[in-house]
Write a protein that binds this ligand. Sequence first.
Ligand code: DSN
Length: 414
Amino acid sequence: MFQSLKETDSQTYNFIQQEQRRQREELQMIPSENYASRAVLAPLSTVLCNKYSEGYPGRRYYRGNKIIDGLEELTIDRVKKLFSSEYANVQPLSGTQANIAVYLAFLKPGDKILSMELSAGGHFSHGYAINFTGQFYQLASYGVNRGTEQLDYDEIQKIAEREQPKLIIAGASAYPRIIDFSRFAQIARSVKAFLMADIAHIAGLVAAGEHPSPVPMADVVTLTTHKTLRGPRGGVILASRKYARQLDKAVFPGGVQGGPHNHVHAAKAVCFKEAAFSQFKDYARQIIKNSQQLAADLLEKNYRLVSGGTDNHLLLIDLRNKGIDGCEASLALEKAGIIVNKNMIPFDPGTPKRPSGIRLGTPALTTRGMKEKDMEQIVGWFNEVLENIQNEKRLTQIKNEIKKYAEKFPLPGV
Ligand code: DSN
Protein backbone atom coordinates (compact mmCIF):
# COMPACT_ATOMS: atom_id res chain seq x y z
CA MET A 1 0.00 0.00 0.00
CA PHE A 2 2.79 2.43 0.90
CA GLN A 3 4.64 1.44 -2.28
CA SER A 4 1.64 2.64 -4.34
CA LEU A 5 1.48 5.88 -2.35
CA LYS A 6 5.19 6.45 -2.90
CA GLU A 7 4.77 5.90 -6.65
CA THR A 8 1.61 8.01 -6.99
CA ASP A 9 2.38 10.89 -4.67
CA SER A 10 5.91 11.13 -3.36
CA GLN A 11 5.25 14.49 -1.65
CA THR A 12 2.50 13.11 0.59
CA TYR A 13 4.55 9.95 1.16
CA ASN A 14 7.52 12.07 2.26
CA PHE A 15 5.44 14.04 4.76
CA ILE A 16 4.27 10.76 6.34
CA GLN A 17 7.85 9.49 6.51
CA GLN A 18 9.05 12.73 8.09
CA GLU A 19 6.28 12.71 10.69
CA GLN A 20 7.03 9.07 11.50
CA ARG A 21 10.68 9.97 12.06
CA ARG A 22 9.74 12.96 14.24
CA GLN A 23 7.47 10.79 16.40
CA ARG A 24 10.24 8.21 16.79
CA GLU A 25 13.06 10.63 17.61
CA GLU A 26 11.28 12.98 20.04
CA LEU A 27 9.67 12.55 23.44
CA GLN A 28 5.90 12.98 22.93
CA MET A 29 4.67 14.38 26.25
CA ILE A 30 1.42 16.07 25.21
CA PRO A 31 -0.99 14.26 27.54
CA SER A 32 -3.78 13.99 24.97
CA GLU A 33 -1.57 12.16 22.46
CA ASN A 34 -0.63 8.51 22.15
CA TYR A 35 0.58 5.87 19.68
CA ALA A 36 -2.10 3.61 18.21
CA SER A 37 -1.09 0.00 17.60
CA ARG A 38 -0.61 -1.51 14.15
CA ALA A 39 -3.89 -3.40 14.57
CA VAL A 40 -5.72 -0.12 15.30
CA LEU A 41 -4.09 1.68 12.36
CA ALA A 42 -4.78 -1.15 9.90
CA PRO A 43 -8.55 -0.59 9.27
CA LEU A 44 -8.01 3.13 8.65
CA SER A 45 -6.56 2.54 5.20
CA THR A 46 -9.11 0.02 3.93
CA VAL A 47 -12.14 -0.13 1.62
CA LEU A 48 -14.38 0.64 4.60
CA CYS A 49 -13.81 4.31 3.80
CA ASN A 50 -15.61 3.84 0.45
CA LYS A 51 -19.09 3.27 1.90
CA TYR A 52 -21.85 5.74 2.75
CA SER A 53 -24.00 4.60 5.70
CA GLU A 54 -25.95 7.56 7.07
CA GLY A 55 -28.33 6.32 9.76
CA TYR A 56 -27.86 3.44 12.18
CA PRO A 57 -27.65 -0.36 11.94
CA GLY A 58 -30.90 -1.67 10.41
CA ARG A 59 -32.12 1.84 9.53
CA ARG A 60 -29.80 3.35 6.93
CA TYR A 61 -30.51 5.86 4.20
CA TYR A 62 -28.29 3.86 1.81
CA ARG A 63 -28.43 0.26 0.54
CA GLY A 64 -25.52 -2.15 0.72
CA ASN A 65 -24.94 -1.75 4.45
CA LYS A 66 -25.46 -5.26 5.86
CA ILE A 67 -21.75 -5.73 6.56
CA ILE A 68 -21.29 -2.18 7.82
CA ASP A 69 -24.27 -2.75 10.17
CA GLY A 70 -22.53 -5.79 11.66
CA LEU A 71 -19.32 -3.83 12.13
CA GLU A 72 -21.05 -0.89 13.84
CA GLU A 73 -22.99 -3.28 16.12
CA LEU A 74 -19.76 -5.01 17.11
CA THR A 75 -18.14 -1.64 17.88
CA ILE A 76 -21.14 -0.55 19.96
CA ASP A 77 -21.29 -3.85 21.86
CA ARG A 78 -17.60 -3.71 22.71
CA VAL A 79 -17.63 -0.15 24.05
CA LYS A 80 -20.83 -0.80 26.04
CA LYS A 81 -19.17 -3.81 27.65
CA LEU A 82 -15.88 -1.99 28.27
CA PHE A 83 -17.59 0.83 30.19
CA SER A 84 -20.67 -1.13 31.46
CA SER A 85 -22.99 1.25 29.65
CA GLU A 86 -26.54 0.53 28.46
CA TYR A 87 -26.20 2.67 25.32
CA ALA A 88 -23.41 3.86 23.06
CA ASN A 89 -23.12 5.95 19.91
CA VAL A 90 -19.77 5.42 18.21
CA GLN A 91 -20.30 7.81 15.29
CA PRO A 92 -19.04 11.19 16.66
CA LEU A 93 -16.02 12.21 14.64
CA SER A 94 -14.39 13.89 17.64
CA GLY A 95 -14.94 14.64 21.31
CA THR A 96 -16.17 18.12 20.48
CA GLN A 97 -18.81 16.70 18.12
CA ALA A 98 -19.89 14.23 20.80
CA ASN A 99 -20.31 17.17 23.20
CA ILE A 100 -22.27 19.20 20.66
CA ALA A 101 -24.63 16.26 20.08
CA VAL A 102 -25.30 16.12 23.84
CA TYR A 103 -26.16 19.84 23.92
CA LEU A 104 -28.52 19.36 20.97
CA ALA A 105 -30.15 16.39 22.68
CA PHE A 106 -30.59 17.90 26.16
CA LEU A 107 -30.75 21.69 25.75
CA LYS A 108 -32.79 24.38 24.04
CA PRO A 109 -31.23 27.67 22.90
CA GLY A 110 -30.94 29.96 25.93
CA ASP A 111 -30.54 27.12 28.48
CA LYS A 112 -27.64 27.40 30.88
CA ILE A 113 -24.49 25.22 30.97
CA LEU A 114 -22.29 25.11 34.10
CA SER A 115 -18.75 23.90 33.34
CA MET A 116 -15.13 24.27 34.41
CA GLU A 117 -13.29 27.49 33.56
CA LEU A 118 -10.76 27.16 30.77
CA SER A 119 -7.91 28.51 32.93
CA ALA A 120 -8.75 26.01 35.68
CA GLY A 121 -8.45 23.11 33.24
CA GLY A 122 -11.77 23.08 31.31
CA HIS A 123 -12.23 22.68 27.55
CA PHE A 124 -13.44 25.15 24.93
CA SER A 125 -16.27 22.84 23.82
CA HIS A 126 -17.76 22.99 27.35
CA GLY A 127 -19.23 26.44 26.76
CA TYR A 128 -17.10 29.48 26.04
CA ALA A 129 -17.80 32.88 24.57
CA ILE A 130 -15.50 32.22 21.58
CA ASN A 131 -17.15 28.86 20.91
CA PHE A 132 -20.59 28.43 19.24
CA THR A 133 -21.92 27.47 22.70
CA GLY A 134 -21.46 31.12 23.70
CA GLN A 135 -23.98 32.17 21.03
CA PHE A 136 -26.64 29.54 21.72
CA TYR A 137 -26.51 28.95 25.46
CA GLN A 138 -26.01 30.91 28.68
CA LEU A 139 -22.74 30.04 30.33
CA ALA A 140 -21.66 29.78 33.96
CA SER A 141 -18.44 28.35 35.32
CA TYR A 142 -16.71 26.90 38.36
CA GLY A 143 -12.96 26.89 39.01
CA VAL A 144 -10.64 25.31 41.55
CA ASN A 145 -9.97 26.33 45.14
CA ARG A 146 -7.21 28.98 45.35
CA GLY A 147 -5.46 27.16 48.20
CA THR A 148 -5.60 23.53 47.05
CA GLU A 149 -5.93 24.18 43.30
CA GLN A 150 -8.40 21.29 43.33
CA LEU A 151 -12.15 21.15 42.70
CA ASP A 152 -14.11 22.52 45.65
CA TYR A 153 -17.39 20.61 45.58
CA ASP A 154 -19.10 22.74 48.27
CA GLU A 155 -18.35 25.80 46.17
CA ILE A 156 -19.64 24.09 42.99
CA GLN A 157 -22.84 23.23 44.90
CA LYS A 158 -23.30 26.92 45.81
CA ILE A 159 -22.65 28.04 42.21
CA ALA A 160 -25.13 25.45 40.90
CA GLU A 161 -27.81 26.66 43.36
CA ARG A 162 -27.21 30.27 42.33
CA GLU A 163 -27.03 29.65 38.56
CA GLN A 164 -29.69 26.91 38.23
CA PRO A 165 -28.09 25.39 35.08
CA LYS A 166 -29.90 22.90 32.87
CA LEU A 167 -26.66 20.97 32.26
CA ILE A 168 -23.59 20.53 34.47
CA ILE A 169 -20.37 19.32 32.84
CA ALA A 170 -17.80 17.42 34.87
CA GLY A 171 -14.54 16.88 33.04
CA ALA A 172 -11.37 18.67 32.04
CA SER A 173 -8.44 18.74 29.70
CA ALA A 174 -5.83 19.95 32.19
CA TYR A 175 -6.80 18.71 35.67
CA PRO A 176 -4.28 16.39 37.34
CA ARG A 177 -6.53 15.03 40.11
CA ILE A 178 -9.31 12.45 40.51
CA ILE A 179 -12.75 13.86 39.68
CA ASP A 180 -15.48 12.91 42.17
CA PHE A 181 -18.30 12.11 39.74
CA SER A 182 -20.60 10.90 42.57
CA ARG A 183 -20.39 14.33 44.16
CA PHE A 184 -21.10 15.99 40.82
CA ALA A 185 -24.16 13.72 40.43
CA GLN A 186 -25.47 14.78 43.87
CA ILE A 187 -25.01 18.44 42.94
CA ALA A 188 -26.77 17.96 39.58
CA ARG A 189 -29.67 16.09 41.19
CA SER A 190 -30.09 18.78 43.86
CA VAL A 191 -30.69 21.48 41.21
CA LYS A 192 -32.49 19.17 38.74
CA ALA A 193 -29.77 19.56 36.12
CA PHE A 194 -28.51 16.91 33.69
CA LEU A 195 -24.96 15.74 34.36
CA MET A 196 -22.56 15.20 31.47
CA ALA A 197 -19.15 13.72 32.26
CA ASP A 198 -16.50 14.36 29.61
CA ILE A 199 -13.85 11.71 30.17
CA ALA A 200 -11.92 12.35 26.93
CA HIS A 201 -8.58 12.53 28.74
CA ILE A 202 -9.07 9.76 31.27
CA ALA A 203 -11.10 7.23 29.22
CA GLY A 204 -8.24 4.71 29.18
CA LEU A 205 -7.77 5.04 32.95
CA VAL A 206 -11.52 4.59 33.51
CA ALA A 207 -11.66 1.55 31.18
CA ALA A 208 -8.78 0.00 33.14
CA GLY A 209 -10.34 0.74 36.54
CA GLU A 210 -7.60 3.26 37.41
CA HIS A 211 -10.04 6.19 37.75
CA PRO A 212 -13.63 5.97 39.12
CA SER A 213 -16.18 5.66 36.31
CA PRO A 214 -18.96 8.23 35.91
CA VAL A 215 -21.09 5.82 33.85
CA PRO A 216 -23.30 4.62 36.74
CA MET A 217 -24.21 8.13 37.94
CA ALA A 218 -23.95 10.61 35.01
CA ASP A 219 -26.85 11.08 32.59
CA VAL A 220 -24.44 11.03 29.70
CA VAL A 221 -20.70 10.44 29.23
CA THR A 222 -18.59 11.59 26.28
CA LEU A 223 -15.10 10.43 25.47
CA THR A 224 -12.45 10.37 22.79
CA THR A 225 -10.79 7.20 21.63
CA HIS A 226 -7.30 8.50 20.79
CA LYS A 227 -5.94 9.75 24.12
CA THR A 228 -5.32 7.38 27.06
CA LEU A 229 -7.61 4.84 25.33
CA ARG A 230 -4.98 4.54 22.54
CA GLY A 231 -7.34 4.14 19.59
CA PRO A 232 -8.03 6.07 16.38
CA ARG A 233 -9.10 9.75 16.44
CA GLY A 234 -12.79 9.95 17.30
CA GLY A 235 -15.57 10.35 19.86
CA VAL A 236 -18.14 8.18 21.64
CA ILE A 237 -21.30 8.93 23.65
CA LEU A 238 -22.43 6.63 26.48
CA ALA A 239 -25.72 6.91 28.35
CA SER A 240 -28.60 5.02 29.85
CA ARG A 241 -30.85 3.45 27.20
CA LYS A 242 -33.70 5.88 27.98
CA TYR A 243 -31.73 8.62 26.16
CA ALA A 244 -30.90 6.46 23.10
CA ARG A 245 -33.38 7.99 20.67
CA GLN A 246 -32.65 11.63 21.44
CA LEU A 247 -28.88 11.11 21.38
CA ASP A 248 -28.88 9.11 18.13
CA LYS A 249 -31.03 11.78 16.51
CA ALA A 250 -28.72 14.55 17.73
CA VAL A 251 -25.63 12.90 16.20
CA PHE A 252 -27.41 12.25 12.90
CA PRO A 253 -29.40 13.80 11.27
CA GLY A 254 -29.77 16.57 13.87
CA GLY A 255 -26.12 17.23 14.48
CA VAL A 256 -23.00 18.47 12.84
CA GLN A 257 -21.90 15.50 10.80
CA GLY A 258 -23.01 13.40 7.83
CA GLY A 259 -21.93 9.92 6.80
CA PRO A 260 -20.24 7.87 9.52
CA HIS A 261 -16.55 7.04 9.10
CA ASN A 262 -16.81 3.26 8.94
CA HIS A 263 -13.05 2.76 8.70
CA VAL A 264 -12.73 4.62 12.02
CA HIS A 265 -15.52 2.50 13.58
CA ALA A 266 -13.47 -0.58 12.72
CA ALA A 267 -10.37 0.93 14.32
CA LYS A 268 -12.47 1.86 17.38
CA ALA A 269 -13.65 -1.78 17.59
CA VAL A 270 -10.01 -2.93 17.67
CA CYS A 271 -9.18 -0.30 20.30
CA PHE A 272 -12.06 -1.46 22.55
CA LYS A 273 -10.90 -5.06 22.20
CA GLU A 274 -7.32 -4.11 23.11
CA ALA A 275 -8.49 -2.02 26.08
CA ALA A 276 -10.25 -5.08 27.55
CA PHE A 277 -6.99 -7.09 27.65
CA SER A 278 -5.24 -7.45 31.00
CA GLN A 279 -2.09 -5.89 29.44
CA PHE A 280 -4.05 -2.67 29.00
CA LYS A 281 -4.71 -2.55 32.75
CA ASP A 282 -0.96 -2.87 33.35
CA TYR A 283 -0.42 -0.09 30.80
CA ALA A 284 -2.88 2.26 32.54
CA ARG A 285 -1.29 1.57 35.93
CA GLN A 286 2.15 2.32 34.48
CA ILE A 287 0.92 5.63 32.98
CA ILE A 288 0.07 6.80 36.52
CA LYS A 289 3.28 5.41 38.06
CA ASN A 290 5.31 7.26 35.42
CA SER A 291 3.31 10.45 35.92
CA GLN A 292 3.85 10.33 39.68
CA GLN A 293 7.55 9.63 39.24
CA LEU A 294 7.80 12.57 36.85
CA ALA A 295 6.08 14.73 39.48
CA ALA A 296 8.46 13.58 42.25
CA ASP A 297 11.56 14.25 40.10
CA LEU A 298 10.29 17.70 39.06
CA LEU A 299 9.49 18.65 42.67
CA GLU A 300 13.00 17.66 43.65
CA LYS A 301 14.32 20.14 41.08
CA ASN A 302 12.17 22.89 42.57
CA TYR A 303 9.39 22.97 39.95
CA ARG A 304 6.02 24.04 41.34
CA LEU A 305 3.24 21.67 40.35
CA VAL A 306 -0.35 22.89 40.26
CA SER A 307 -2.19 21.11 43.12
CA GLY A 308 1.18 19.75 44.31
CA GLY A 309 1.18 16.57 42.18
CA THR A 310 -0.93 14.22 40.13
CA ASP A 311 -3.34 11.29 40.41
CA ASN A 312 -3.62 10.66 36.70
CA HIS A 313 -1.73 10.84 33.39
CA LEU A 314 -0.83 14.55 33.38
CA LEU A 315 0.78 17.34 35.33
CA LEU A 316 0.75 21.10 35.14
CA ILE A 317 3.89 23.04 35.97
CA ASP A 318 3.73 26.65 37.16
CA LEU A 319 6.96 28.16 35.79
CA ARG A 320 6.78 31.54 37.51
CA ASN A 321 9.52 30.71 40.02
CA LYS A 322 11.81 29.90 37.07
CA GLY A 323 11.38 33.32 35.46
CA ILE A 324 10.10 31.96 32.11
CA ASP A 325 6.62 31.55 30.65
CA GLY A 326 4.98 28.48 29.14
CA CYS A 327 5.47 29.73 25.60
CA GLU A 328 9.24 30.22 25.90
CA ALA A 329 9.59 26.93 27.77
CA SER A 330 7.63 24.86 25.23
CA LEU A 331 9.60 26.37 22.33
CA ALA A 332 12.98 25.60 23.92
CA LEU A 333 11.83 22.09 24.84
CA GLU A 334 10.71 21.47 21.25
CA LYS A 335 14.16 22.49 19.99
CA ALA A 336 15.59 19.79 22.26
CA GLY A 337 13.04 17.13 21.20
CA ILE A 338 10.67 17.29 24.19
CA ILE A 339 7.11 18.03 23.03
CA VAL A 340 4.74 19.59 25.60
CA ASN A 341 1.90 22.18 25.63
CA LYS A 342 2.08 25.72 26.91
CA ASN A 343 -0.94 25.97 29.23
CA MET A 344 -2.85 28.37 31.46
CA ILE A 345 -2.72 27.56 35.17
CA PRO A 346 -5.47 28.39 37.68
CA PHE A 347 -5.60 32.17 38.44
CA ASP A 348 -2.99 32.71 35.74
CA PRO A 349 -1.66 36.29 35.56
CA GLY A 350 -0.46 35.50 32.01
CA THR A 351 -2.44 35.25 28.77
CA PRO A 352 -3.45 32.23 26.64
CA LYS A 353 -0.61 33.13 24.23
CA ARG A 354 1.93 33.58 27.02
CA PRO A 355 0.59 31.50 29.90
CA SER A 356 2.52 30.75 33.08
CA GLY A 357 2.44 27.00 32.74
CA ILE A 358 3.08 23.93 30.71
CA ARG A 359 1.06 20.71 30.57
CA LEU A 360 2.73 17.36 30.11
CA GLY A 361 1.88 13.71 30.49
CA THR A 362 2.96 10.11 30.15
CA PRO A 363 0.48 8.11 27.98
CA ALA A 364 2.67 8.10 24.84
CA LEU A 365 6.01 7.51 26.62
CA THR A 366 4.41 4.63 28.53
CA THR A 367 3.16 3.07 25.29
CA ARG A 368 6.77 3.09 24.08
CA GLY A 369 7.73 1.06 27.13
CA MET A 370 9.28 3.76 29.33
CA LYS A 371 9.27 3.23 33.09
CA GLU A 372 10.01 5.22 36.27
CA LYS A 373 13.80 5.30 35.76
CA ASP A 374 13.29 6.82 32.30
CA MET A 375 11.27 9.65 33.88
CA GLU A 376 14.28 10.55 36.01
CA GLN A 377 16.46 10.76 32.90
CA ILE A 378 13.84 12.89 31.10
CA VAL A 379 13.54 15.34 34.01
CA GLY A 380 17.33 15.76 33.87
CA TRP A 381 17.13 16.86 30.20
CA PHE A 382 13.99 18.91 30.84
CA ASN A 383 15.69 20.88 33.58
CA GLU A 384 18.85 21.40 31.54
CA VAL A 385 16.80 22.78 28.65
CA LEU A 386 14.98 25.27 30.87
CA GLU A 387 18.26 26.38 32.43
CA ASN A 388 19.80 26.88 28.96
CA ILE A 389 16.97 28.20 26.81
CA GLN A 390 19.26 30.65 24.96
CA ASN A 391 22.02 28.07 24.41
CA GLU A 392 21.14 26.72 20.96
CA LYS A 393 24.25 24.52 20.88
CA ARG A 394 23.31 22.70 24.10
CA LEU A 395 19.67 22.35 22.96
CA THR A 396 20.86 20.65 19.76
CA GLN A 397 23.17 18.36 21.75
CA ILE A 398 20.26 17.36 24.00
CA LYS A 399 18.10 16.71 20.92
CA ASN A 400 20.74 14.27 19.67
CA GLU A 401 21.05 12.59 23.08
CA ILE A 402 17.24 12.17 23.19
CA LYS A 403 17.17 10.79 19.66
CA LYS A 404 19.71 8.13 20.64
CA TYR A 405 17.83 7.31 23.86
CA ALA A 406 14.46 7.11 22.07
CA GLU A 407 15.87 4.54 19.62
CA LYS A 408 15.76 1.98 22.46
CA PHE A 409 11.95 2.27 22.53
CA PRO A 410 10.39 1.14 19.25
CA LEU A 411 7.60 3.21 17.75
CA PRO A 412 4.35 1.19 17.88
CA GLY A 413 2.20 1.07 14.76
CA VAL A 414 5.00 0.98 12.16
N1 DSN B 1 -6.92 18.71 22.16
C1 DSN B 1 -7.34 18.09 23.38
C2 DSN B 1 -6.31 18.25 24.44
O1 DSN B 1 -5.17 18.42 24.08
O2 DSN B 1 -6.62 18.24 25.62
C3 DSN B 1 -8.61 18.59 23.77
O3 DSN B 1 -9.40 18.85 22.65
